[in-house]
Structure formats: structure tokens, C-alpha cells
Design a binder for this molecule. Structure first.
Ligand code: A2P
Length: 318
């Protein structure tokens, strides 16, 4: 299986099943279909509010000998309300209970944004912590303790820009091993990819298909469609791939892992079937000149008037 390799030699399969937005009553079956069709990597997060159901599916898969624990790579993410040193391990332990696992393969800080303990989504200024209240270095120290306690094999971050990565690397005993960010032909993240490559940080692309199933509250009215983009479609038609497979292959060709979400049996298999596909230099060039620039997960839900955070805390200033 195609994989990214960590510094200690551990491998992460390059395609994983995304579970953000997978609903109750759907994600159990999606995880089992995925494992059945050959996925060996599932991407989860506490805030997706479906880890318990993913855990029931994993338990079933292990019980029925579909896969052994050591043969499947499981990622989860620390929510914003558990960034204080003393809150990190309890949050990971809760995720492990929900997923019915003894350890994770990879645990990520979900966002460089902190809420007070117990807050789901901050609605008032008082529900936020600032960087002086809870520095990211404190949260990272908590992540390092999780490795030392054997609760996860690898640690990393998500939605971190170069300056935030640099900040935690200054005080880290263990460098972040992964940065999971939105990445696709409308958002190639060239500067961030270069920085991560130079610093030995692996990358995972989220929302590789444009996450068209986001709720209306976090969607813009006239978003451009990746799956219907003319250049993506032209490459798909010419190569006999589906548009989704072209978009998955775009990240694979750049050596970046990718986690398309699906709860549909046929699309789950179709997405994994892109595993060995690499696009030609010409097709990659056409995608690099696609002419549309767009971020689907804008982060503006964390940067409103009541928030101490700004978009510059999240994204590269291009
Ligand atoms: P579904 O779950 O019904 O398959 P992203 O991974 O960027 O978040 O995108 C997820 C969205 O893309 C979901 O709406 C998902 O729907 C859809 N999707 C997943 N795989 C494919 C595919 N192969 N072709 C078209 N749409 C897909």
C-alpha cells in the first residue's frame, strides 16, 4: 500500500477515509465498507461528534478479523476547549474510549485557537482563551506527554501556518510530524508545502473534493466547484478517471496524503482506487494554472468581532 513514512519508519497509508460530516447512522457502515474495500487509514476528530459510532465499527472489524489493530492507521484531533496542559491527556483518553482503542497512530491539535474548557463553539469573548492565557507551546507539551504515556504513536497539528509551526518548533522536544490542512488545486498551499518539506513535516490534504456537504452556515453562496471544474473534468475525461480521482491523484502526485470523505459504498471504493494514480507533469501544470483560488473552510467562524483571533493567526498571508 502506498504510504508516507515517519522518521521512525512507521507508515501512514496515503489515502484515508475522512469522517468529518459523516452522520450518525451512516458512519458505522461507511467505516466498515472502507475497511472491506481495503482502506487502512481512518481520519477522525472529537468535534465530528461521531467517534463513538466509528468505535463500534472498528470493534466489529477487529472482532470479525477484517483487520488487526496494528494494520490500520487511526488519526484523531484535540478540540479547542482542551488546550491547557492538564486537559490534553484526558481529551485523548476520552477519544480512545469512544473509538474503543488503546492507542492512536496520530493525534493532532485541531486548530491554533483555544476555548475555555467545556465550550463547544465559543459564542462570547469570555469563552475564548488567548495565546497569553494558553500558549500553543503549552498545548504542544501536553501532546508530547501523550506520546510518552503511550496513548499515541505520533503527534502533529492541523490548520497551522508557517509562523505557528515555527513557534511551537522553538520550544518542542518532539517536532510536529504532520500538518493536516485544506489543500486542492484551488488552494495549492505552495509556501506551506515547501516549508513542511524542508522541515520534515508530512502533510495531509483535507477537503480534497471541496467538501460540498458542509452545512449552509459555513458555505458561501457562490462557491466554485472543484468536482465540476473544466480543467479537472477535461483531465478526467481524457484519462478515464472520475473528477474525484483526479483531485485525489493531485495530492498523491505531490507526496501528500489525502482523506476524501464519503458515506457511499461505490464512492468509497472509487476514491481508494486512485491510490496508485499519479498525474503527468503536463496535467499537474494545467492544475497549477487552474485560475481559481478558493478556501472552502474559511476559518471565519473563529475570527469574528468577539474573538481574540484573526485570520492571520490561521492562514499564510500570501
Ligand atoms: P458522499 O459522502 O455522499 O459520497 P470532501 O472529502 O472534500 O469533504 O468532500 C466530501 C463530499 O464529496 C461529500 O459530499 C461526498 O458525498 C462527496 N464525494 C465523496 N467521494 C466522491 C466521489 N468519488 N465523487 C463525487 N463526490 C464524492
Amino acid at each position: 500500500m502506498n504510504a508516507l513514512t515517519f522518521k521512525n519508519g512507521d507508515k501512514m497509508p496515503i489515502i484515508g477515509l475522512g469522517t468529518w460530516k459523516s452522520k450518525h447512522g451512516e458512519v458505522y457502515q461507511a467505516v466498515l465498507w472502507a475497511i472491506e474495500s481495503g482502506y487502512r487509514h481512518i481520519d477522525c476528530a472529537a468535534i465530528y461528534d461521531n467517534e463513538k459510532e466509528v468505535g463500534i465499527a472498528l470493534e466489529k472489524a477487529f472482532k470479525d478479523n477484517m483487520v488487526k489493530r496494528e494494520e490500520i492507521f487511526i488519526t484523531s484531533k484535540l478540540w479547542n476547549s482542551c488546550h491547557r496542559l492538564e486537559d490534553v491527556q484526558p481529551a485523548l483518553k476520552k477519544t480512545l474510549r469512544d473509538l474503543k482503542l488503546d492507542y492512536l497512530d496520530l493525534y493532532l491539535i485541531h486548530w491554533p485557537v483555544s476555548f475555555k474548557h467545556g465550550v463547544g463553539f465559543a459564542q462570547t469573548r469570555e469563552e475564548y482563551y488567548t495565546y497569553s492565557d494558553v500558549p500553543l507551546s503549552q498545548t504542544w507539551e501536553g501532546m508530547e506527554h501523550c506520546i510518552n504515556a503511550g496513548l499515541t504513536k505520533h503527534i502533529g497539528v492541523s490548520n497551522f501556518n508557517i509562523s505557528k509551526l515555527t513557534e511551537i518548533m522553538k520550544s518542542a522536544s518532539l517536532a510536529p510530524e504532520m500538518n493536516q490542512v485544506e489543500l486542492h488545486p484551488f488552494l495549492p498551499q505552495n509556501k506551506l508545502v515547501d516549508f513542511c518539506n524542508k522541515n520534515g513535516i508530512l502533510l495531509t490534504a483535507y477537503s480534497p473534493l471541496g467538501s460540498g456537504d458542509r452545512s449552509a452556515s459555513i458555505k458561501m453562496p457562490d462557491e466554485p466547484s472543484l468536482l465540476e471544474n473544466k480543467i479537472v473534468r477535461e483531465i478526467a475525461d481524457r484519462t478515464g478517471l472520475s473528477p474525484a480521482q483526479v483531485l485525489i491523484a493531485y495530492s498523491l502526485t505531490r507526496g501528500i496524503a489525502v482523506i476524501p470523505k464519503s458515506v457511499n459504498k461505490e464512492r468509497i471504493s472509487q476514491n481508494l482506487a486512485a491510490m496508485d494514480i499519479r498525474l503527468s507533469t503536463q496535467d499537474m501544470k494545467a492544475l497549477s494554472q487552474i485560475g481559481t483560488s478558493f478556501r472552502y473552510v474559511s476559518g471565519s467562524f473563529f475570527t469574528g468581532a468577539i474573538s481574540p483571533y484573526r485570520l492571520s493567526d490561521l492562514w499564510e498571508q500570501e
